[in-house]
Design a protein around this ligand. Structure first.
Ligand SMILES: [Fe+2]
Length: 332
């Protein structure tokens, strides 16, 4: 009994580090081992770090350079590409709140600024021709050298990594290959370059860099600097620090993968409070289902004994609701 309690305490109070070095292996056993570790982490703690991810450090260094150069532009320059109805561009400070949050009384807007890019679709792309929700071109700042090249390269590397990871997790929970393809073959992707100014000490109680929230979609991979400030809510309700660990990314599961797994994989609340007296930069990448995908419980965790806990819904409909309550650009 004592042994089990100790193990449980250890699992719920630590964010595990998962070695994904064998992700490119052709051996089923290697991939199953990685999937098992993920499934264990997301059915207990709900967060993990990944190590041996095989992303070139220069690509990671470059995305932080791009972010810092963008955020150091004069405000007037950044405002030229302020967030549009396709959810691309610059989000100024004090412009987004989390009114849907069941996690905190968030009246004060997030104390952060960011640049967002998604998949680039030009007007002759089928997605644009079909008027697909959020399909369209990215918008770029002028006068930031190599910015587009650096962000696109990072987004491509992350898309590839997320696709592979999500496919083995999906297989691990019994989602079939055709189901996976219809959900994630054309994923909704978002790269967000976030800048958090240092918060004043008096604001820690009710003001957040990012207010407590769960992510929308599939999986999130976060690259963060050494400043710290990310916290993860444990099952017992305490906020656990998730500092930068060199050579790793932080990974979490979003609400859609939670639903697809019939609640088995946890979409864990997290928040950012920048108490460092320094500026913080982080680069989350979100890998989500296609906007037209139907999200309903699938796989091993929905059956006669364990019926579906969620009604089917279209991911784009869910997104519309979330984005329209958070951002003015989506109000109509
Ligand atoms: Fe998040």
């Amino acid at each position: 009994m004592l042994k089990n309690l100790t193990l449980e305490k250890k699992i719920t109070n630590q964010i595990p580090i998962i070695d994904i070095g064998k992700l490119q292996s052709n051996e089923t056993q290697d991939l199953e081992e990685i999937a098992d570790n993920f499934i264990k982490a997301y059915s207990t703690v709900g967060f993990s770090y990944i190590v041996n991810h095989n992303i070139d450090q220069r690509i990671i260094d470059d995305i932080f350079i791009a972010s810092k150069e963008f955020h150091s532009l004069p405000r007037k320059e950044k405002q030229k590409i302020e967030l549009n109805h396709l959810h691309r561009g610059f989000i100024p400070i004090n412009s987004s709140t989390e009114p849907n949050s069941d996690l905190a009384n968030t009246i004060i807007p997030n104390q952060s600024e960011s640049f967002i890019m998604m998949r680039d679709a030009q007007k002759d792309d089928l997605e644009v021709i079909n008027n697909t929700y959020l399909a369209g071109p990215n918008i770029w700042p002028e006068n930031v050298i190599h910015f587009k090249e650096r962000t696109v390269r990072y987004a491509e590397a992350m898309t590839e990594l997320c696709a592979k990871l999500t496919s083995i997790i999906a297989k691990g929970i019994g989602i079939t290959r055709p189901e996976f393809i219809s959900l994630f073959e054309v994923p909704t992707i978002w790269l967000r370059l976030l800048y958090y100014p240092s918060q004043s000490q008096s604001s820690y109680d009710n003001t957040f860099g990012s207010a407590p929230h769960r992510d929308f979609g599939g999986i999130t991979i976060l690259s963060q600097d050494q400043i710290g400030g990310l916290q993860v809510k444990t099952r017992s309700g305490e906020w656990l620090d998730a500092p930068e660990i060199p050579g790793t990314f932080v990974v979490n599961v979003g609400n859609m993968l939670h639903r697809l797994s019939n609640g088995f994989l946890m979409s864990t609340p997290h928040r950012v409070i920048n108490k460092s007296n320094k500026e913080r930069y982080s680069c989350p990448f979100f890998f989500d289902p296609n906007v037209n995908a139907t999200i309903k419980p699938l796989g091993n965790h929905v059956n006669k004994e364990n019926p579906a806990k969620f009604n089917p819904m279209i991911y784009g409909d869910y997104l519309k609701n979330e984005l329209s309550t958070t951002y003015n650009q989506h109000k109509n």
